[in-house]
Each structure stands twice: as structure tokens, then as C-alpha cells.
Ligand binder design. Structure first.
Ligand code: ATP
Ligand code: MG
Length: 476
């Protein structure tokens, strides 16, 4: 059990691949020893765990083994270990290491160090794959959080992410930590397991293995304290419990009830980040849990309230999300603006009953009036609105058999077509299908209608005629 960590104290002495010694480590190596000896982690080797190397992304394995050969500690961490333990396919393979971002950048090709609050190394691979390699860090102590969460600005709209960036780079010693500290700063126990590929063992500092056996989600440490530190964790507990079908530990559950409203104090940019994680997969069960716990209103303002208060409206959303999930499993992925349009479609559909000619400002105003805590980037919001307006036009055409030809020339036709298929047929379009094929199948013989009677005819002005300086619009 202790083998895994006895080896760690010698890591400075290991030779680097170049034959020299690993001497270039500018920051003091954290001492793992005292806490480690008093309270060693549980180290579970095969066949005690089900993780097989073949299930781990080969590039993540290569990164870890290279870091380890260089004398660093490198573990698979977070959701990947959790999912592999449960026989689920991980969404991504994150690596945790004691190498600093700068050290990783020097030693690997195609590394981009991102983030200001916490610097992370992204190792890029052909085909767009990115492996995130994060340095072990610790929970900042109260008062030394480099970027304290500010309450949302008045008026419901929250400032953009940049407003929350620290002015100076934080002191690295206040951020980085040991593997133990890194495990303890995480949110829930089942998300804090490490997998060490070198010894083929799962390393558990926080009781995550036990919680996995009991199929329960539990915060690491006192839930009230952890939710006070970061209220977004309430959301994360609900999301992970919903997706895994796990119970929520009773103490954690009680703290959710008393802390959920604090979600509204988190920066809008963080809510946006977390919302995108909900949208990444298995969205319906997560939304159900958010609704059942009254969180939607804190995230989505009036849109969330509407989904909470009106079961039929929420059912409509839930069945659309099921359609989307089925399509996703078959490889049909919606772009982010399409996903946002889908999620807000049931809420906004009644707006169209007003029958206004230009619905873009109407929907934009609905977003504005919703007073969402979450900050949706402007371009994303405006694209989602344009898509929604077109989706409604297409759906109306399908229902009435009257299709205005002009709709077929709108910029967002491909996106709106995909959504119209999902909404009206419950499936995505096949490769050869366009909106017109769908329309013609529903209404054989119907033709797209050119715009009639409304086009202003421009009268050619005679030379020298007019006499009004040409500033008055011609025609009616
Ligand atoms: P998924 O597989 O759905 O992405 P995940 O567990 O990987 O789930 P992420 O949001 O990608 O979740 O976060 C990665 C890891 O970072 C988590 O497993 C958790 O250990 C840690 N983490 C993320 N957010 C927090 C937070 N607010 N507080 C503490 N730890 C967090
Ligand atoms: Mg993840």
C-alpha cells in the first residue's frame, strides 16, 4: 500500500531521459511526508480495481509516463478515474502532476499554458485532441483567494469574465500543493481519485472508493464550508449524482438545501462555464435535478422559473433533450449556439404568438427581462436568437404548408434546419436531407412562395427631376 509513495521521495534522484539528473526544479518540492505518514492514502492495486490501460487515452498515458521518467509525479485524475472505475467511457483524460506549467511547456511540444487564476498546460495533438495537464494545487485559504467570487452586478446581468480576473498573478506557493492537498481541494470524494499508471493503482486520500461502493455523492470535508467557499459545488453535486444515478449523502443533501441560493452570488461567467458542462452530455437528468432543487431560477432567472413552475413546459424541454441525447449517441452533435437555441426554445416559443414582424428584438428583450445570473456571451446569445426566429419560421411552414422562399436564404438555415428536424420529427436530418426535402415530403406539390407585394419598387429617377435633393425615399 505504501509502495506508491515510498518511491516518490526519490523522484529527484531519478535520471532524466537525456542522461542527466533532474536538477532543474526551481520551486521547492513540497514535503509530502508528514501528512502522508500520519494518514497514508488507500492504494488499490489490480485486481482490486477495474481500470485497464487499454481504456485510457494513449496520449494521456504517454504524457504521464514521460513525466514520470523525468522524475515527476503524474496521475490520471478527476472524472476520468471516476468514470473508468464505474465502467463508463470518460469524456476526457486529465492529468495531475507536480511539474509546474512552465516545466511542462519546456519539456513537451505543442503545449499551451492557459488560464490566469490557475495556469494549466494544454497539450495539443493532431485532430484537435487536448490533454489537460494541471499542477497539483491546494484550496486557497480564506483571504488569499487570488480571484474572490464577486456578487453579480445589480440588474441581473453580470459583468464578463475579464472583470473577475485578478490584477496580478497570484503567488505560486499559495496555489500549488501536494497530491494530498490536490485531492482535498476537489469537490466530491468520487472526483478526487488518482490513478497511477506506473504501479497500476488507484490512490484515494478522501474516501472516494468507499463512496463509490456505496454509490453516493459526498463533498470532501464539511459540505456547508465547501459550499460557502464555492457555491457552484452545490450544482456540481447535483449534476454528478444525477448522471451517475447516485444518492446524495444526507449531510451533503441538507447543506444543499441551505446553500443553494448562494449560486446566484457566483460570477455569471462561472455559471456559464458550468452550464456548458450540463449541456455537454446527459443533459436531461441534470436539468431535472436542478429543477427539483430549485436551482434553475438561480441560474436562468425567469427562464429558470418558468421551467420550474410549469411542468408541461419542462416536459417539453425534457423530451427535446432526450431527442438530442439520442442523436448525440449516434454521432450527431449540436453546435453550442444550436444547443442554446434548443434549451430556450420551449420557453420562448409562446413569444411568437404576438405575431410580430421582426421577432429578433422581441426575443432579445425576453432574454434581457429574464435577468439571468448566467452571463451568455453576446455573440452566442444573438446567434441563438437568430436561429430561434428561423426555427419558428420553418416549423410554421411545416405546420401550415406555406413556406416563404426568403427563409431558405437566411444565414442560419443549416442550424435552424437541424433544430427543426429534432423538434418536429424527433430525429436529426440524414446527410442528404435539407429543409426543403422535409417540407416537400410533408406537403407534396407545395412550392416555396416568393415574397409578394411588399417589395418596394424603386422608380428610376429622371435626370434633373425630383427637385428635393434626393433625400426623400422614393416610392411608397
Ligand atoms: P465530466 O467528466 O463531466 O467533465 P469532471 O469530474 O471531469 O466531470 P470537471 O468539471 O471537468 O468535472 O472538473 C474536473 C475535476 O476538477 C473534477 O473531477 C473535480 O475533481 C475538480 N473540480 C471541478 N470544479 C470544482 C470545484 N468547483 N471545486 C472543487 N473541485 C472542482
Ligand atoms: Mg471533465
Amino acid at each position: 500500500m505504501d509502495d506508491a509513495h515510498d518511491g516518490r521521495s526519490e523522484r529527484q534522484d531519478r535520471a532524466t531521459p537525456g542522461g542527466g539528473m533532474a536538477i532543474e526544479i526551481p520551486d521547492p518540492i513540497p514535503s509530502y511526508d508528514s501528512a502522508e505518514q500520519a494518514n497514508p492514502p488507500v492504494v488499490l492495486t489490480r485486481p482490486g480495481h477495474p481500470i485497464r490501460r487499454a481504456d485510457i487515452d494513449p496520449d494521456a498515458l504517454r504524457i504521464m509516463s514521460r513525466l514520470q521518467r523525468m522524475g515527476f509525479v503524474a496521475y490520471l485524475c478527476g472524472g476520468a478515474v471516476r468514470d473508468l472505475m464505474l465502467g463508463r467511457k470518460p469524456k476526457d483524460f486529465d492529468v495531475a502532476t507536480d511539474a509546474r506549467p512552465g516545466q511542462i511547456r519546456k519539456r513537451f511540444a505543442n503545449v499551451y499554458v492557459i488560464g490566469r487564476r490557475f495556469r494549466l498546460a494544454h497539450v495539443h495533438f493532431p485532430g484537435g485532441k487536448i490533454i489537460e495537464v494541471a499542477t497539483f494545487r491546494r484550496e486557497p485559504e480564506r483571504g488569499d483567494d487570488p480571484a474572490p467570487a464577486l456578487p453579480a452586478a445589480a440588474g441581473g446581468e453580470t459583468p464578463p469574465a475579464a472583470a473577475f480576473e485578478p490584477r496580478e498573478l497570484p503567488d505560486p506557493h499559495a496555489i500549488y500543493g501536494t497530491p494530498r492537498e490536490d485531492a482535498f481541494r476537489r469537490d466530491i470524494t468520487i472526483n478526487a481519485l488518482f490513478y497511477d499508471p506506473e504501479i497500476d493503482a488507484v490512490i484515494d486520500y478522501v474516501g472516494g472508493l468507499e463512496d463509490m461502493r456505496r454509490r453516493r455523492v459526498r463533498t470532501i470535508g464539511d459540505p456547508g464550508t465547501r459550499f460557502d467557499e464555492d457555491p457552484v459545488r452545490v450544482w456540481r453535486v447535483l449534476r454528478h449524482a444525477a448522471r451517475l444515478g447516485f444518492d446524495i449523502d444526507p449531510e451533503t443533501g441538507r447543506a444543499i438545501a441551505s446553500h443553494r441560493h448562494l449560486i446566484a452570488t457566483a460570477p455569471g461567467s462561472r455559471l456559464y462555464e458550468e452550464f456548458n458542462k450540463d449541456l455537454a452530455y446527459e443533459t436531461r437528468v441534470v436539468f431535472q435535478a436542478l429543477r427539483a432543487n430549485g436551482l434553475l431560477r438561480h441560474i436562468l432567472g425567469r427562464a429558470g422559473l418558468a421551467y420550474e413552475a410549469d411542468p408541461a413546459l419542462f416536459d417539453r424541454l425534457a423530451s427535446l433533450l432526450d431527442v438530442e441525447e439520442r442523436a448525440r449517441r449516434e454521432g450527431f452533435l449540436l453546435a453550442i449556439e444550436e444547443m442554446y437555441a434548443l434549451v430556450f426554445w420551449p420557453w420562448l416559443e409562446p413569444e411568437f404568438e404576438s405575431g410580430g414582424e421582426d421577432m429578433v428584438p422581441v426575443l432579445t428583450a425576453a432574454f434581457q427581462n429574464a435577468a439571468m445570473r448566467m452571463t451568455i456571451p453576446k455573440t452566442l446569445k444573438s446567434n441563438a436568437v437568430q436561429i430561434l426566429v428561423l426555427v419558428e419560421g420553418l416549423i410554421r411552414a411545416l405546420r401550415t404548408g406555406r413556406l416563404r422562399a426568403a427563409l431558405l436564404h437566411r444565414a442560419h438555415l443549416p442550424q435552424a434546419t437541424r433544430l427543426a428536424f429534432l423538434i418536429e420529427t424527433g430525429r436529426p436530418p440524414a446527410d442528404h436531407e435539407t429543409f426543403e426535402t422535409l417540407f416537400r415530403a410533408a406537403h407534396p406539390g407545395a412550392q416555396p412562395e416568393p415574397r409578394q407585394g411588399r417589395r418596394r419598387r424603386r422608380r428610376r429617377r429622371k435626370k434633373g427631376g425630383g427637385g428635393n435633393g434626393g433625400t426623400t425615399p422614393q416610392g411608397a
